[in-house]
Design a binder for this molecule. Structure first.
Ligand code: PMP
Length: 408
């Protein structure tokens, strides 16, 4: 039966006022933005804009204070162990590249293994391919179970049997929505004395997080997937994990003293923040965290979980659909195919009905190979998704199934 929505926040999102017929089910790619976030950035640009960490004048000092306040806000929101380990990047991808290059340069030696999984987004594979290639190390992958979970037995065996120097795993799958047992993944890595990076790009938008309790050495996320602006990501690191890591990029803002022939570097967290950051967008991210805090992440998770259950029930009743992913431990993501139809054609038909979904390999080609498919159609939810959106998807898919059944 149709659930009563836990959250009723559609009016907070101007895009839906401008496009009342739109059924937006591609939030895992990037979410829509509430008015409060758009307004915070517009206000900052219109009234308060200046570069940070430089100016002797008050306008710049105020901008610096507001930027640095978002660092504290993020530390608190995510339960980070220390503000010194809260590093602003462009996105989750850049945060992973930062760790891969800087940590990898310091710690990876010939023969070492970086342990990923075959479920990873390409953002948590390619940086490791690059750095292991440079260091003479290699990447090994934990297998996926047929129902779309990490094979924990394989993970344990690989930790035991391979010279693993670092584990880099996703917290939540972007392709299937699987929520992995993050605490267990961390404990297993640490029981072998191995540090772990968790890719939280798809977890942070949907789940309450307490990173200090979780204990991961590195955690990464992107603001644009969690109602925030594009151009802002976070590396949330235990400061001791960053110890000795060389800067990732050089330039202004990350230095202590520069001479023509050499330089010394600013302390954490500025060591890893070279050049002018996305100042207004970071301030917009502060407004995002305030907005999400107001909703409460536990309610966000409950809202999306109710929608997921409803979607699995409605789509499960449509003959001719293949659904992927586990039956539980899952965020608001539904991955499917219409039997006999190409995912891109299905997405094209859905677009004709004003329904936005993603079709393709979802930047997870090894996972698609493990599933034995080239692509899937993915519908993904956020705080503004409604049961009516799920109905629109299920009704349209029923029609598409019928169309393909009748087309020789
Ligand atoms: N990891 C996962 C699991 C993702 O879903 C994504 C985005 N699709 C990323 C990493 C990369 O995020 P971004 O493109 O914002 O860097």
């Amino acid at each position: 039966s149709r659930p009563a929505p836990m959250l009723d926040v559609r009016a907070d999102f101007p895009l839906f006022a401008h496009r009342p017929k739109l059924v937006f089910l591609d939030s895992a790619a990037s979410s829509q933005k509430p008015a409060a976030v758009i307004q915070a950035m517009a206000d900052f640009y219109a009234h308060d804009y200046a570069n940070i960490h430089r100016g002797a004048y008050r306008l710049s000092a105020n901008a610096t204070d507001r930027f640095e306040a978002v660092r504290d806000q993020a530390a608190q929101f995510f339960g980070a162990p220390s503000r010194d380990g809260v590093i602003f990047t462009r996105n989750a991808t850049e945060a992973i590249n930062l760790v891969a290059h800087s940590w990898g340069q310091l710690h990876l030696n010939p023969g070492d293994v970086v342990l990923v999984s075959e479920m990873e987004h390409h953002a948590n594979l390619v940086p490791w391919h690059l750095i292991t290639g440079q260091r003479g190390a290699r990447v090994e992958a934990v297998a996926m179970t047929p129902d779309g979970r990490l094979d924990l037995e394989d993970y344990g065996h690989k930790l035991r049997d391979l010279p693993v120097k670092l584990v880099a795993l996703q917290h939540v799958s972007n392709a299937l929505g699987t929520v992995h047992p993050a605490r267990q993944l961390v404990e297993m890595a640490h029981s072998y004395g191995v540090p772990i990076l968790l890719d939280g790009a798809q977890a942070a938008p949907h789940l309450p997080l307490n990173l200090d309790a979780l204990g991961a050495d590195f955690y990464v996320l992107s603001a644009h997937k969690m109602l925030g602006p594009s151009g802002v990501g976070l590396l949330l690191a235990r400061p001791e994990a960053l110890r000795g890591m060389p800067p990732y990029q050089g330039g202004g803002d990350m230095i202590r003293e520069v001479y023509s022939q050499h330089s010394t570097y600013a302390p954490l967290p500025h060591t890893f923040e070279a050049g002018t950051p996305a100042i207004a967008e970071v301030i917009g991210f502060g407004a995002t965290l305030e907005y999400l805090g107001g909703l409460g992440m536990a309610r966000v998770a409950a809202h999306e979980h109710a929608l997921l259950s409803y979607a699995l029930q409605r789509l499960g009743a449509v003959d001719g659909l293949q659904l992927y992913g586990p039956p539980d431990d899952r965020c608001g993501v539904v991955s499917l195919n219409v039997l006999g139809a190409h995912a891109h054609d299905v997405a094209g038909f859905l677009d004709e009905a004003n329904i936005c979904v993603r079709a393709g390999h979802h930047c997870a080609q090894p996972l698609m190979r493990a599933l034995g498919v080239a692509s899937t159609v993915r519908a993904s939810f956020s705080v503004y998704t409604t049961p009516a959106d799920v109905d629109a998807l299920a009704d349209a898919l029923s029609e598409i199934v019928q169309f393909f059944a009748e087309t020789p």
